[in-house]
Design a protein around this ligand. Sequence first.
Ligand code: CP
Ligand code: NVA
Length: 305
Amino acid sequence: MGKKNLISVLDMKDQWPDLVDLAIKLKAERGHHGAPLAGKTLAMMFEKPSTRTRTSFDVAITELGGHALYLDVTKMQMGHGETVEDTARVLSRFVHGIMYRAFDYKMMDKLGEWATVPVISGLDDLEHPCQALADMVTIKEKLGSFRGKKIVYLGDGNNVCNSLLYASAIMGIDMVACCPATRMPNAEIMLGAANIAAENGSKIVASHDPQEACVGADVLYTDTWISMGDDTPVDKAIKLFQMYQINDELLSIANPGCIVMHCLPAHRGQEITNEVIEGPHSVVFDQAENRLHAQKAVLYTLLKD
Ligand code: CP
Ligand code: NVA
């Protein structure tokens, strides 16, 4: 069987429910897994900063018995003109998997195409699949199940929102992408997710009205209004997104047991208020922790012999 990538959530669509369960099982093992990935090396290529993705992948492969290698792309030959095709083929001779955080999904796709080892996205401008897996793990832990639950994503229809759409559709959660008309999620992803959801008996819809969207919500989710690589000025973003801020007023419209999620890093006073992120509905630090367990599930599934 050929190697598999995780560049889009859809690359592992059929395995997604198993990945969620495996992450929960590995979390319960509290780092005592034996060493199923002994002798395996993961190259981690970064074009942009990271705290969670870098650390969780490194700790994940270490606790599974393997080893991670941090590669700052600006310090690699690829940052100085070497092609991604050559980089992919060379790294594939040294390591067993490549994690890549890229500005441009076209570079991610090329790396995935030319590498002969699995390529895992650590985010690009289109998707953030590993974040969406940790999000599903968190929702299962906190709410117990997916079916009949409603998640409302508020703010910028970005990479995190795109992957969340696919993941929600696959797991059968209803999702509303509530964003300004000019910052809706990728149209093809929205449509693809809506089709998957229809097969699973759930609903994916768009809204521009937070007051209406948040009625009956079990999860409120947001992310930064200005993603890495986006040059929108802060004052313009604040004007555009202000009504999508997760605050006490929006939270009061949602279901009483509603959880509040954010992939982090957060900008308190912009996409979320300090009161809400520090309040009793917020699960953001459990969500961040679950990056570790989700990463383990991905690495185990893709790199184990
Ligand atoms: N959520 C997330 O991917 O965080 P980092 O940018 O710190 O990796
Ligand atoms: N949407 C954000 C996510 C950061 C983890 C970005 O791309 O910068």
